[in-house]
Design a protein around this ligand. Structure first.
Ligand SMILES: NC(=O)c1ccc[n+]([C@@H]2O[C@H](COP(=O)([O-])OP(=O)(O)OC[C@H]3O[C@@H](n4cnc5c(N)ncnc54)[C@H](O)[C@@H]3O)[C@@H](O)[C@H]2O)c1
Length: 254
């Protein structure tokens, strides 16, 4: 008797931070992982971690700003793994700047990774999901998609756009068995935040200020975000659709 086929999950941004930990969590939940990122070495490390833990994963390096690369990865995933049951768009990039401080190049970079990249992966993979009778798309947005944060003009715009895209996909495709949900984390302790802290004039003060933004007085962990994603993707999350779940330790409550 052949082994039952695993459900395929595509995770972008899987070389680092929330994407890496989400991939590990989903592998643990029994998914066959197709991992995308522009960082090849990071992807290789995530795959090795999953395989060491007994899971199944394969790296599909791609720059999400390039529709051709997304198209060829989608075809390769379809041929080698099968139609994805789950797409988790985690890849993202940031910018600390007001509108007046934002160059055309920076605006394009942030919007093209955070918003257009998620649009492109969804547009490429939805037909496979539809042929397969349905699926789940989870977009990792941010509290910056819910409220304005200081000196995050392009980032806030990209994440608010991603929340809007999420609702639109849900409305258009609920009848086809597709769910689409945005996750909006507060400040999460990842490599990204480590770098922001390290670049600050006083790193200890910067980390303390970031922790203090949450009512809990601490940063979230990538594991907490990954657990939320796994719950939303799984059968217990099946009534969650077309919405944005905030997981922020109370940052947006005040
Ligand atoms: N860390 C936080 O505090 C926080 C809070 C809210 C939302 N988020 C969101 O969570 C997501 C992950 O953030 P993180 O903190 O894990 O960051 P991270 O920097 O650790 O990981 C981001 C990953 O995205 C990849 N990536 C960037 N540009 C890409 C491109 N053009 N093509 C393919 N891959 C690309 C990077 O290589 C990296 O592996 C982002 O979308 C971010 O906006 C993070």
């Amino acid at each position: 008797m052949s082994a039952p086929q695993l459900r395929v999950a595509v995770v972008t941004g899987a070389a680092s931070g929330i994407g890496r930990v989400t991939a590990l969590r989903l592998a643990d939940a029994g998914y066959d992982l197709a991992l995308m990122d522009v960082d090849r070495d990071g992807l290789t490390r995530t795959c090795a971690q999953i395989e060491d833990a007994g899971g199944v994963a394969r790296a599909f390096p791609a720059d999400l700003r390039n529709p051709d690369e997304i198209g060829s990865v989608t075809r390769e995933v379809a041929v080698t793994r099968g139609a994805p049951a789950l797409l988790v768009n985690v890849a993202g990039t940031g910018l600390v700047a007001t509108v007046l401080e934002t160059s055309d190049e920076d605006w394009d970079r942030v919007l093209s990774v955070n918003l257009t990249g998620s649009f492109l992966t969804a547009r490429a993979m939805l037909p496979l999901m539809l042929d397969n009778g349905g699926g789940v798309i989870i977009n990792v947005a941010s509290v910056a998609g819910q409220v304005g944060l200081p000196r995050r003009a392009a980032y806030c715009a990209s994440k608010a756009g991603l929340v809007g895209l999420t609702r639109a996909i849900a409305v258009d495709h609920a009848k086809d068995g597709i769910r689409c949900v945005a996750i909006c984390p507060g400040t999460v302790a990842t490599e990204w935040v480590d770098k922001m802290v390290a670049d600050a004039p006083d790193p200890a003060v910067a980390r303390q200020a970031m922790a203090a933004r949450q009512l809990d007085g601490r940063l979230g962990s990538p594991e907490e975000v990954a657990a939320t994603i796994a719950f939303v993707a799984g059968p217990e999350g099946r009534f969650i659709n077309g919405t944005a779940l905030i997981i922020d330790g109370g940052l947006t409550a005040a």
